[in-house]
Design a protein around this ligand. Structure first.
Ligand SMILES: Nc1nc2c(c(=O)[nH]1)N[C@H]1C(S)=C(S)[C@@H](COP(=O)(O)O)O[C@H]1N2
Ligand SMILES: [Mo]
Length: 254
């Protein structure tokens, strides 16, 4: 897959602002962008099916770079009051709620891999001893629904620092118990509202919502918030993830 290596420069961004607006994620996925525009943008002939797929992926990768370039690492997303919190949260996954495989919290361990100095694994009990941060934020799913959720658990940046992760690396991968994999960029991992959640509304996470450990960040769409995490890897290698393989934006900022 095509991934530009150079950062987008601001002049390019201004010049292409209209185009950026025209090919926003929804427009691309709904086929609102003309084949002519795609041909012009990507330089490939998009008259054939394979080329259309390729062109959409090219635009998607380009869109990722734009989103990454304009991401504000210290900008805080809105937070809400405890009285606004949805109870229980709204379930979603690529399978139905009765297919959730419960995790045994006693034998479960969080594995660490890649550019991390201390790769010792963590039990749930050890994670519960870490200082907790609470965030009350909006969850937004691309399917067109949202809810306000109250999440708490260790701050991801604090956790990465504690285990000696290379904070200059590019990506954090989350490998999940249901064979779902998602990754986020380092700037998002270090954002002050990104946590490894172990609780919802003050109680331990229930099975469907990612027990015992899931990601919650205020700056990403629902599908980036990996549930049932079993391993965390810090790396410079870009790999496709569960939804990016389906053509959804990898960056997936809100
Ligand atoms: N492991 C795993 N994490 C996942 C998913 C999944 O299928 N598997 N679905 C994602 C999607 S699309 C959404 S909208 C949210 C839903 O989180 P919730 O059930 O806590 O609301 O989880 C995300 N994390
Ligand atoms: Mo979602």
């Amino acid at each position: 897959m095509f991934r530009p290596t150079k950062p987008i420069d601001q002049s390019g961004l201004t010049e292409h602002r209209a185009l950026v607006e025209a090919i926003n994620r929804r427009g691309v996925l709904r086929g609102a962008v003309s084949l002519g525009a795609l041909t012009m943008l990507t330089g490939c002939d998009v008259s054939e099916n394979d080329s259309v797929q390729q062109a959409l992926r090219t635009v998607s990768a380009w869109n990722d770079r734009v989103q990454e370039a304009i991401f504000r690492p210290h900008h805080l997303a809105p937070t809400y009051r405890a009285s606004q919190v949805a109870k229980p949260p709204r379930f979603n996954a690529h399978f139905s709620i009765d297919e959730v495989k419960p995790i045994d919290g006693v034998s479960w361990q969080l594995e660490l891999a890649g550019r991390i100095a201390d790769k010792r694994s963590w039990t749930a009990q050890q994670l519960y001893q870490l200082p907790e941060q609470e965030i009350i934020i909006r969850h937004v799913c691309v399917e067109g629904w949202d809810y306000i959720g109250q999440w708490s658990g260790p701050n991801l940046r604090a956790f990465l620092e504690r285990v000696g992760a290379d904070l200059t690396a590019k990506y954090i991968y989350f490998i999940c118990n249901d064979d779902f994999t998602e990754s986020i960029d380092m700037a998002t991992a270090l954002h002050p509202q990104t946590i490894l959640a172990t609780k919802y509304a003050g109680d331990r996470l229930a099975d469907p919502f990612g027990y015992p450990l899931r990601l919650r960040t205020s700056t990403k769409l629902g599908y980036k918030n990996a549930k049932w995490i079993k391993a965390i890897e810090v790396t410079n290698d870009y790999r496709e993830t569960f939804w990016s393989k389906q053509g959804f934006n990898w960056f997936a900022g809100i």
